[in-house]
Design a protein around this ligand. Sequence first.
Ligand code: ITT
Length: 202
Amino acid sequence: MCTGNIYGTKLECMEILLATNNKNKQKELVDIFFKHSSQHKLQFPNKKIEVIEDKLSIEENAQKKALEYFSEFNKPVISDDSGLFVNSLNGAPGVYSSRFAGEHASDIENNQKLIDLLLNSLERSAIFRTVLCFYDGKKILYTTGELQGEIILSPRGLNGFGYDPIFEVNGKTLAEMTPEEKSEISHRKNASIKMVKLLNEK
Ligand code: ITT
């Protein structure tokens, strides 16, 4: 437990450990929760846990990460599993987004593989999807957030990470947006807002 402050009133808040090794996700989630909830304080893990993401859906991978982090740290956790689903590729790379161009592929290699596959395609609509999973040893909660966009063939922008330079929304890639702009519209923000609501209800 921790204490927060809202409009001068002291509130108890819940410390929640982030069940992810991805520093970019950690930063985005901390910023989003800081902005949208004074009652939940997200914490960074103090050691790296390698969870093998071998499930067939991002929901199952999110669950696996939450359970494994909980059993290691024994405190409430939130995991994040995300993927990019391209409509004309039947949802690929989807659950395989992090290793689309092979095990340990870099972001640049994953982006290039997607660009190569879509070179002759006029239909390049895609959805970013994030599943968050909360687990405290008793209850397990899931939320999903989505963002619709378009894959572009020439990466643009220096911010963000992963597929951000090739994912365009309203004429701007996520990598051309400031972190605040991305977190106003992102799949991760949409899932987080739902999670804050669920946590406040239960
Ligand atoms: P953890 O499992 O430790 O959480 P990860 O980097 O393996 O970290 P994911 O499996 O959820 O995370 O990510 C799948 C891929 O999607 C990976 O290549 C990410 O770079 C990419 N990705 C996830 N969220 C993204 C975002 O908001 N913008 C761009 N790419 C993203």
